[in-house]
Design a protein. Structure first.
Lengths: 395, 273
C-alpha cells in the first residue's frame, strides 16, 4: 500500500561534491520536499565519477538533512569497449540496433540491487522520481513500478535522445516533468509522452548578497571589464565556439574586454588572446555568484541545455546574458525574459562582445529584467509548488 | 626545426642550418628533424604515414616550431601521399605555441596545403629566389585587421533585446560584406546561421571522443595479466594507428569548420582526396 507522503528520488549519483545540473536539481528538490513534510528516500549508486562509475562511497544507508540516503554498488561485468564502440556510432549518426542500444546503456554500469529494491519496495512510495533520462538507473528503474514513476528527463536535442530505448522512459510512466517548454516540445517530437506531464522548471538558490568588488580584488582582476563563462570547458558545451568568437572580437574588431572562465576542463586559448583569458578553475558556489555580479555579461555558447542554471544565476546577479542561438532552451529564456541577446555566428558574437566593451550601460536593463524573470518563475518555492501540484494528481 | 639538413647539399639544408644556428645563439633548446637521415637529431619522411606520425610525435608541444617544406613534398603528384603529411603538420603546428612555415622559392602550394597546413601556422614565409623572405601570417589566409575605430552604436538609452540584436546583426553583416569585397567575391554569400546541415555534422564530429587504447584490465585476474602482455607486445603496431585515426579526426573537424573567407570567395573545392 503506497504511503501518500513518501517519495523516492533516484539519481545515478548523489553527494555535495557531485557536480551536474540534474544532480543538483534532484538533490535540492529532495531536500525541498522533505522540508515541506514529505518523507524522502534517496536511492542512488556508490559512484562519484561519471566517467568510470567506479564505487567510491560505501554501500548502505545513512541520514542527512532530513533525508534517508541508500547507496547501492555499481556492477561492471560487461566489456566497456563494446559500449564505447556503440557510443561512437551513435555520436556520428550511424544507426544501431535495439540490442546494441541496450549493450550501450548497460555497458558502463548496472545497479541490480537498486533495481530489485524498487521492485520490492516501490509500491510503498507515493512516487518514484527518476532523472536524467540517459542513465541505466532511469531506463531500467522506470520498469520496476511504472504506475508510480515520475521521470524528469532533462532532454537535450542530441543523438541519444532519438534512440528507441528511451521511448518507454517518456511514454510508459505515470508522469513526466519538464524543465522548459522547448524541452517539452522536443519530447513530443521524439515520440509518445505520458498523458500526465507538465513543465515544472528548476529552482535556483538566491544568494543573500553579492560582492563583485571583493571578487575582483581576491582574483587580481583590477578594474578591467570582463565577460564570464562558467561550466565545463568542452566542445560539446560550445567552449571552442566561444573561444573562436572571442578571438575574432579581439583580433579583428580590437575589442578591449577580458574573458574570465570558471569550471572544469582545459582552457587552451589561442596565443593571440592568451593574455586576456583568465582561468580561475573550480570555485565554490558563493564565489561563483560574485563572479556573475562582477561580469559585464555572461556568455552561454552551449547548444545542449535543458534548463541552464548558470543563465539564471547570471540574471539573479543582474548580469545580462549573451547566448548562442543554437540552444533552443536558452533562446526561449532570453525571449521570454527580455533579458538576453542571442548570436548566430562568430561575427555576431564579436559584435555582442564589442557592445559589452563599448557600451555596457545599454545591456544593464537586460540584467534587471533577468532578475525579475528568475524571481517570478524559478525560486524553489515556486517550483516545489508545481511539483506538489503534479504529485497531487497521481492516482 | 624541420627541414632538409646537412650533409644534404643545397640551399634548403643551408637555410635550416642557419635557422638552427640563430636559435642556438639565442639560448634555445633545439631539436632538428629532417626528411631523411642526416646530421639532424631525428628523421621523419612525411611522404609516408608512419613518417608523418613520427614527426607529429617528435614535434608535439614545441614552444617554437619552424618547418621548412621542400619542393618535392609540395609538388608530389601522389596526392594520397600528401594527406598524412598535411594532417601531421597541421596538428604539430597547432600544438606549438608559435609556428613558422617556410615555403621554397617559386613554389605555390595547392589549395589543400593552404587550407589545412598554412592556416595552422602563425607565420608563413616565402623564401624568394633572391634570398629575401616575404612574411605573411594567417593574414594571408584570413585578414584580421583590428578596427580600433568602431562606429557608434545606433541604440537608444534603454534598448530592448530585439533592438540590440538587430543592431548587432546589422554591424556583423557589414563586416561580412567588407570581407567578401576584400576577397574579391561577388554576391551576398551565405546568410548568418545558414548551413544547418554542416553545423550538425560539425557538432557530431566534435562530440566524438578521441580514440585511445583499450585499458588492459579485467575482473578476471589472469585475463587482466594476459591483456597487459598483449598490450606490450602490440603497442608498436597499434599506437601509430590510433594516432593516425585521431589526426584524421582533428583534420575532419578543421575541414568542416566554417571559414570566414569562404563567404562568396573561391576555395572549398576538394583537391582530389
Amino acid at each position: 500500500m503506497a504511503d501518500s507522503k513518501r517519495l523516492a528520488f533516484v539519481p545515478p549519483r548523489y553527494g555535495d561534491e557531485v557536480v551536474g545540473g540534474s544532480e543538483a536539481l534532484m538533490r535540492e528538490a529532495a531536500h525541498g520536499l522533505a522540508g515541506r513534510g514529505w518523507e524522502v528516500d534517496v536511492l542512488t549508486t556508490c559512484a562519484r565519477d561519471h566517467y568510470t562509475w567506479a564505487n567510491a562511497y560505501p554501500p548502505g544507508e545513512f541520514e542527512t538533512g532530513g533525508l534517508t540516503v541508500r547507496r547501492f554498488p555499481t556492477v561492471h561485468d560487461t566489456d566497456p569497449m563494446v559500449a564505447d564502440a556503440v557510443l561512437r556510432r551513435i555520436l556520428v549518426g550511424v544507426p544501431v540496433s535495439a540490442e546494441e542500444e541496450l549493450s550501450w546503456v548497460t555497458g558502463f554500469f548496472r545497479v541490480p540491487e537498486l533495481y530489485h529494491h524498487l521492485v520490492a519496495q516501490g509500491a510503498g512510495y507515493r512516487a518514484v522520481i527518476l532523472s536524467p533520462y540517459l542513465f541505466w538507473t532511469t531506463v531500467v528503474g522506470a520498469t520496476a513500478c511504472p504506475e508510480r514513476t515520475v521521470v524528469v528527463p532533462c532532454l537535450h536535442d542530441e543523438a541519444f535522445a532519438y534512440l528507441s530505448i528511451f521511448r518507454p522512459v517518456l511514454a510508459d510512466v505515470a508522469q513526466v516533468w519538464f524543465l522548459s517548454e522547448p524541452e517539452h516540445e522536443l519530447a513530443h517530437r521524439l515520440g509518445p509522452v505520458a498523458a500526465d506531464h507538465s513543465v515544472v522548471g528548476c529552482g535556483v538558490p538566491i544568494p543573500a548578497r553579492y560582492d563583485p568588488e571583493g571578487f575582483r580584488a581576491r582574483h587580481g582582476l583590477g578594474s578591467r571589464p570582463f565577460v564570464l563563462y562558467a561550466g565545463r570547458r568542452e566542445a560539446l558545451k560550445g567552449w571552442d565556439d566561444l573561444l573562436r568568437g572571442y578571438t575574432t572580437a579581439v583580433t579583428r574588431l580590437g575589442v578591449d574586454i577580458d574573458l574570465v572562465t570558471v569550471g572544469v576542463g582545459t582552457v587552451d586559448p589561442p596565443e593571440s588572446v592568451a593574455g586576456r583569458v583568465v582561468d580561475l578553475g573550480f570555485l565554490p558556489e558563493d564565489e561563483v555568484a560574485d563572479a556573475f555580479a562582477a561580469a559585464a555579461a555572461y556568455l552561454q555558447p552551449s547548444p545542449n541545455e535543458s534548463f541552464s542554471r548558470t543563465v539564471m544565476e547570471s540574471w539573479l546577479a543582474g548580469t545580462p546574458v549573451i547566448a548562442s542561438s543554437a540552444g533552443a532552451v536558452v533562446e526561449w529564456h532570453c525571449r521570454r525574459s527580455g533579458a538576453g541577446i542571442v548570436y548566430r555566428d562568430d561575427d555576431e558574437l564579436a559584435e555582442c562582445l564589442a557592445l559589452a566593451a563599448d557600451a555596457p550601460e545599454r545591456l544593464a536593463a537586460l540584467g534587471r529584467r533577468g532578475r525579475d524573470y528568475v524571481l517570478a518563475n524559478y525560486t524553489w518555492d515556486a517550483v516545489l509548488d508545481r511539483m506538489e501540484a503534479a504529485l497531487g494528481t497521481l492516482p | 626545426m624541420f627541414g632538409p639538413y646537412p650533409p644534404m647539399p643545397g640551399p634548403a639544408a643551408d637555410a635550416t642550418l642557419d635557422g638552427v644556428r640563430r636559435l642556438l645563439a639565442g639560448g634555445c633548446d633545439v631539436r632538428v628533424i629532417s626528411p631523411r637521415p642526416s646530421a639532424a637529431h631525428d628523421h621523419a619522411d612525411l611522404r609516408r604515414p608512419a613518417g608523418a606520425w613520427r614527426f607529429a610525435r617528435f614535434a608535439a608541444g614545441a614552444t617554437e616550431l619552424v618547418v621548412h617544406l621542400d619542393r618535392e613534398l609540395l609538388t608530389s603528384p601522389a596526392r594520397r601521399g600528401q594527406l598524412p603529411a598535411r594532417l601531421a603538420l597541421a596538428a604539430a603546428l597547432r600544438s606549438a605555441r608559435h609556428s613558422v612555415v617556410h615555403l621554397p622559392a617559386g613554389v605555390e602550394p595547392g589549395e589543400g596545403w593552404a587550407r589545412l597546413v598554412l592556416r595552422a601556422a602563425d607565420e608563413v614565409v616565402s623564401d624568394g629566389a633572391d634570398g629575401a623572405a616575404r612574411r605573411s601570417g594567417p593574414a594571408a589566409v584570413a585578414a584580421p585587421t583590428p578596427d580600433a575605430d568602431r562606429p557608434a552604436w545606433d541604440l537608444g538609452p534603454d534598448p530592448s533585446r530585439e533592438e540590440i540584436e538587430a543592431e548587432v546583426r546589422r554591424r556583423a553583416a557589414l563586416h561580412r560584406a567588407a570581407r567578401r569585397a576584400a576577397a574579391g567575391g561577388g554576391g551576398p554569400g551565405p546568410a548568418a546561421g545558414s548551413g544547418r546541415g554542416g553545423g550538425d555534422a560539425l557538432r557530431r564530429l566534435r562530440s566524438l571522443p578521441l580514440l585511445g587504447p583499450s585499458p588492459p584490465t579485467s575482473a578476471r585476474p589472469l585475463a587482466g595479466l594476459a591483456k597487459k602482455v598483449v598490450r606490450r607486445l602490440t603497442v608498436w603496431q597499434v599506437d601509430p594507428i590510433i594516432e593516425h585515426v585521431n589526426l584524421l579526426h582533428r583534420a575532419l573537424i578543421e575541414a568542416a569548420e566554417p571559414r570566414p573567407e569562404a563567404d562568396g570567395g573561391p576555395g572549398g573545392a576538394a583537391d582530389g582526396h
